[in-house]
Design a protein around this ligand. Structure first.
Ligand code: ARG
Length: 566
């Protein structure tokens, strides 16, 4: 990695000076008008060595300039008072790295330790409408999955449907109440029944008890309820699948809470052997608190006094199955951050069982999507925004933003809707809440999905009429925008390594945006089609086609596709 290569060089220098060589860090410049990369370590060394940073800096510069490789790497090395070291890379070195990136697989990026990772995301509940939180889990999870795969890990994704909770009992009750025979159930029935019964259950304890009993009997394999369950799952599952297909989100495992039930007996045996189950008011619980806890963590309820199992139980039984079958190095969950306590408790039980000796468990909790008013996002039409309604509103907003958009094909429009929603989400650190402002995110100007796609297509339309030379870039850089663009491309390696290591799509999304800004600035200044100088034109064609390849590959990691036209 470039910044590590520079850091190593500095270590050589420090060694020659007999100075400490630990924690040497060279970073991308935060004053790009002054230099490309910088080293601020002289300040720390000054404290240890009792010398001024300026003095140390100047010693470093002298030794560095005498190293034979320096003349290849740097155009200049400058010491800026009170002690900053500023590096400007040589044009030939920049191009040498770009050629390497261009010619080698995955941009010559070497990803470390390949692992087997299970990623649990999406997590919709059957028979209940999907909401914006599930959308976020799908978008963030899909992107993390793609990044981890790109980095060479073996990744297994699981949708982990919520399919055995109270809502199923409620819906079965409602279907029976309306005397709808199993083979006549429709999606519309489910959409109507669930909100109706769930509202009534809030006011009517008896009814709630009845539904809970149905759920429990279903969990115990009551054949009549099971038949309902199968049908509900089929109908609702197909609709969920339709939405994921629209979002280009896919899973290796299409499993749910119900699939964990067969493993509960074996898991219970382990828990009993390890004396982890306790009785509490007829229920079985597992205490998970630690002495060091600042805030008390309540016990995980394993089995209710009526015999029913809960959310924590199914997550644990699912882990049991995953551990037996896959022996993963990591299991990651992408859900709303409000589930933190749940996962803390589940992971502590895993620790007690001994699973954490071989496997890392991680909960990536995301923030809420808010509307312009700062409150949880709602579509214009409803309280609980159905995802189809959201997609339609986004599409409409894009169509209305320009007459030209009305000529686009349906397929391209769907790609754009995806880009709008995904880029709006993924540019934010997922841990934070963000405001989803449809008209802002649907615009082709600003930090938006359409802006990225527009940049790409604009460059494509230039390249289309030209023959792209298949050779390497020469040693030259022709002007300032050109140089900036090349330096931005150089940052790809460290950006992607960081994004993968920290499971942070936002780092990648922001990089892609910056790259597009550089590409647009370059293009606006240099109308490449009209260029007379052959060598320069050839090199710029190579550069632009390479930049566009980077965009295409990187937006794919965000789950964003490219339309034919826009
Ligand atoms: N169905 C859950 C919900 O809607 C999310 C499931 C998350 N995954 C898990 N393994 N618990 O809140």
């Amino acid at each position: 990695m470039l910044n590590q290569q520079l850091a190593k060089l500095l270590q050589t220098v420090l060694q020659k000076l007999n100075y400490p060589t630990e924690n040497v860090e060279v970073i991308v410049s935060n004053r790009k008008d002054l230099c490309d990369y910088q080293y601020d370590g002289a300040f720390k060394l000054a404290k240890i060595l009792h010398k001024s940073p300026l003095e140390i800096g100047s010693e470093i510069v002298t030794v560095l300039n005498n190293l034979p490789e320096s003349s290849d790497l740097f155009q200049k090395v400058e010491l800026l008072p009170p002690g900053f070291l500023n590096f400007t890379l040589s044009d030939s070195f920049i191009n040498q790295i770009l050629n390497q990136m261009k010619n080698e697989e995955k941009y010559h990026i070497k990803f470390p330790n390949k692992k087997k990772i299970i990623i649990d995301y999406g997590g919709p509940n059957i028979a209940k409408p999907l909401h914006v939180g599930h959308l976020r889990s799908a978008i963030v999870g899909e992107s993390i999955k793609r990044m981890l795969k790109y980095a060479g890990n073996e990744v297994i994704s699981d949708v982990h449907l919520g399919d055995y909770g109270l809502q199923i009992g409620e819906v079965i009750y409602g279907l029976q109440e309306k005397e709808i025979p199993i083979d006549k159930i429709t999606l519309k029935d489910l959409e109507e029944i669930y909100p109706n019964i769930s509202e009534r259950c809030k006011k009517d304890e008896d009814l709630k008890e009845k539904c809970a009993l149905i759920t429990k009997q279903l969990q115990e394999n009551n054949p009549e309820y099971h038949a309902y369950f199968e049908k509900i799952k089929e109908i609702s599952g197909n609709d969920i699948l339709r939405i994921y297909e629209y979002l280009d989100v896919s899973f290796d495992l299409w499993k749910g809470e119900s699939d964990a039930y067969p493993f509960i007996t074996k898991l219970t045996k382990i828990l009993e052997e390890k004396h982890l189950l306790e009785e509490s008011e007829g229920a079985k619980i597992i205490s998970v608190e630690k002495e060091t806890d600042k805030k008390a963590l309540p016990p995980l309820i394993y089995q209710k006094s009526n015999g029913a199992y809960l959310y924590g139980t199914t997550d644990l039984a699912t882990i049991y199955e995953r551990m037996e079958k896959y022996h993963p190095d990591e299991i990651i969950y992408v859900t709303d951050y409000r589930q933190k306590m749940h996962f803390d408790a589940v992971f502590r039980v895993c620790e007690k069982i001994g699973y954490t000796k071989t496997t890392i468990f991680e909960h990536l909790g995301f923030g809420t999507v808010n509307g312009r008013d700062g409150k949880p996002f709602k579509t214009r039409s409803g309280t609980s925004p159905k995802l189809d309604t959201l997609f339609a509103e986004v599409k409409e907003s894009f169509l209305n933003s320009s007459d030209k958009n009305k000529e686009m094909s349906e397929k391209d429009l769907d790609i754009i809707v995806n880009a709008i929603i995904k880029f709006a989400d993924l540019q934010n650190n997922y841990e934070k809440d963000y405001i989803f402002d449809i008209s802002k995110f649907a615009s082709v100007v600003g930090k938006t999905g359409p802006y990225i796609l527009y940049t790409y297509l604009r460059i494509e339309s230039i390249l289309k009429n030209e023959t792209i030379p298949t050779k390497d870039l020469n040693k030259s850089i022709y002007e300032e925008c050109d140089r900036k663009l090349r330096l931005k491309l150089l940052e790809l390696e460290q950006t992607l390594l960081y994004a993968v290591e920290n499971k942070s799509p936002s780092v990648l999304a922001n990089y892609i945006y910056d790259l597009c800004v550089n590409m647009n600035a370059f293009y606006e200044k240099n109308h490449i089609n009209k260029l007379e100088e052959k060598e320069k034109k050839e090199n710029w064609l190579i550069l632009l086609s390479f930049s566009n390849k980077v965009i295409k590959d990187m937006i794919d990691l965000l789950g964003i596709k490219i339309p034919e036209r826009m």
